[in-house]
Write a protein that binds this ligand. Sequence first.
Ligand code: 9W1
Length: 412
Amino acid sequence: MPKVKDPGLADRGRLKIEWAKAHMPVLSIIAERFSKERPLEGVRIAACLHVTKETAVLALALKEGGAKVCLSASNPLSTQDDVAAALAEEGIDVYAWRGMSEDEYLEAIESTLKCDPHITMDDGGDITVMAHQKGYADRIIGGTEETTTGVLRIESLAKEGILRYPVITVNNAETKWNFDNVYGTGQSTIDGILRATNIMIAGKWFVVAGYGHVGRGVAMRARGMGAKVIVTEVDPIRALMAAMDGYIVMPMKEAAKIGDIFVTATGNRDVIKAEHISLMKDGAILANAGHFDVEVSVKDLELMALSRREIRENLREYLLPNGRRVYLIAEGRLVNLVAAEGHPSEVMDMSFSNQALAVEHLVKEGRSLPPKVHPVPRQIDEEVARLKLRSMGIEIDVLTPEQEKYLKSWRG
Ligand code: 9W1
């Protein structure tokens, strides 16, 4: 029996799912093929994913393929209750509601394992680990994993010789992480800043700390909106890339005096702390796009401030002893998740198409794969890119036989 917050929300959830599906062309093509070929007939899937409108499109695609899908949340706070309600009505066995307790969260995962799955789908490693701890692993053909964190946990299961079934690391597909980190986070970070502040980006000094994939995406979009972008780095190679991409590169101690908006995306702690904050201009805005909420030192802000006020939703003002005010978005937590809505559907389209094709691959080949961590097969990764291009109306060239031969030969 599915368990959701309020079945009455289903109509609203169905509209959201329909909207997401309209922007997930690749997954839609796969769903259509699945409904004709039924490659997942009789397959039971236990999935532990963020219960969002995009995940709903994935779950329904798997169902079109003939699978029975049991779904629990991969985070107690990420469930969209209307989407969960709609999925329950569509015949997905959902166990998810926003704000579930830690115990309820674990119970929900176990409920999906009681569906006696052939396949697990994971986002963070929780269902894979539980399947092994609670004795469900032997009947499972294979699994998939969506995130870096989950891949690390499952690799450590494998290293200790505990892993009993093959797991495909969707995270490492080219069409997943490149697009999530650069284009997904790039856009949604700007989106979060705009929703929290409603300020104009054009003409502002926009400081991006860290020039990894996320930093690159944020810097690119900020520039696209007319900001003057400064990048700070500690890695000489990345700093050089930023400089040659045309950004101004300088230490945070300098950038702090200039910036109107600051976004951290380094993966490290205390990137913006007291010594920087005290240099900032009146009205400076701070946001974090890195995974943990340690990049902007909220502790320093709290210690320095004479007083604080909530200005708008997700926007807190700190009054400093020098009389200046700085503004922190979403308490320094991930701005794109807290103040916006995560990755756009078009980006999830690619990672979830990898998921769907990885499940099909496991059903076909999983029994002959050794119980270790496997990359997404290259053909799947390329197929996702090909279908995405086609959906965008973009055609590309094909090598001639002569060119193929030329590339393979050492003769030149
Ligand atoms: N995943 N459909 C919050 C998302 C929480 C979340 C999280 C996404 C998607 C990063 C997956 C407030 C969606 C999800 C909307 C939302 C993620 C954590 C997606 C972005 C990752 C810890 N991680 N993701 N869409 N919550 O966007 O499934 O709005």
